[in-house]
Design a protein around this ligand. Structure first.
Ligand SMILES: C[S@@+](CC[C@H](N)C(=O)[O-])C[C@H]1O[C@@H](n2cnc3c(N)ncnc32)[C@H](O)[C@@H]1O
Length: 232
């Protein structure tokens, strides 16, 4: 589904590498933990402390990897398309291996991970199937795939793409795609995953504490976390 059908901002749009290559300077100050970390904290599984090796797809500056390490995951490999984002992850030091690659073709070893995770990445992919297939390739039997995503309802209602503000003050959009919940379910099932949990994050008091001007969106869903399992 094309984001342009819902766009009510009309920002100039750039590709992922260009966008995150610029946003990197302020990314950590602008991304809100309540969007993704808040949802990860609600999951009943996987048992984080039991994970031996995780693949962090679209690891960016390493926020998710740092959270995983804090939960006791001993080894995390990260993949991202944007070298500038990876450089911050490298300095942060929570990943064992960091690879510049596409999340749909990572080059990481097959069946090597008991957790594959991808947070706030898939809205940049035109098609979800290659991501779910690559996650399935990386996953060991019994592994979990945790995917945190922008909720399609929010993108449609707010008409707001993923965007950042340039030093000049100009807001710039990064290529954004709208994926329905049924698109995720179809892609996950087609890749052989079994859905075991799905949580939706809404704009609540915790959100409004960090974004008071979003009162008009109170109770609207903004993000979602899927937990998929590969059969043993
Ligand atoms: C919103 S950031 C999320 C980063 C990190 N997961 C987090 O939660 O902070 C999106 C990241 O996905 C990366 N990305 C987007 N499309 C990608 C693709 N096709 N392959 C690899 N990385 C991609 C971007 O470079 C960026 O670092």
């Amino acid at each position: 589904m094309e984001f342009s059908d819902f766009d009510n901002r009309g920002y100039r749009t750039v590709d992922v590498r260009t966008g995150y290559g610029e946003w990197v300077a302020s990314y950590e100050r602008t991304v809100e933990d309540v969007m993704d970390i808040g949802l990860l904290e609600r999951l009943r599984e996987p048992s984080w402390a039991a994970v031996r090796r995780a693949a962090d797809l679209g690891c960016g500056t390493g926020r998710t990897g740092a959270w995983l390490r804090g939960r006791g995951v001993p080894a995390v490999d990260g993949v991202d398309l944007t070298p500038e984002m990876l450089e911050l992850a490298r300095r942060r030091g929570d990943h064992d291996r960091l690879v510049t690659a596409d999340v749909t073709d990572t080059g990481l070893p097959e069946s090597a991970y008991d957790l594959v995770i991808s947070s706030l990445v898939d809205e940049h992919l035109p098609d979800l199937h290659p991501l779910y297939r690559e996650a399935a390739r990386l996953a060991a039997p019994g592994a979990a795939f945790v995917l945190v995503t922008f909720h399609p309802h929010f993108i449609m209602t707010a008409g707001m793409p993923t965007h950042y503000t340039r030093g000049s003050g100009e807001p710039v959009a990064i290529d954004t795609h709208v994926h329905l919940i049924s698109d995720h379910v179809a892609a996950g099932l087609a890749a052989g995953w079994r859905l075991v949990e799905l949580h939706e994050g809404v704009i609540d008091d915790a959100w409004l504490a960090v974004k008071p001007k979003w009162e008009r969106f109170r109770n609207h869903p903004i993000s979602a976390a899927y937990v998929w399992r590969k059969d043993s």
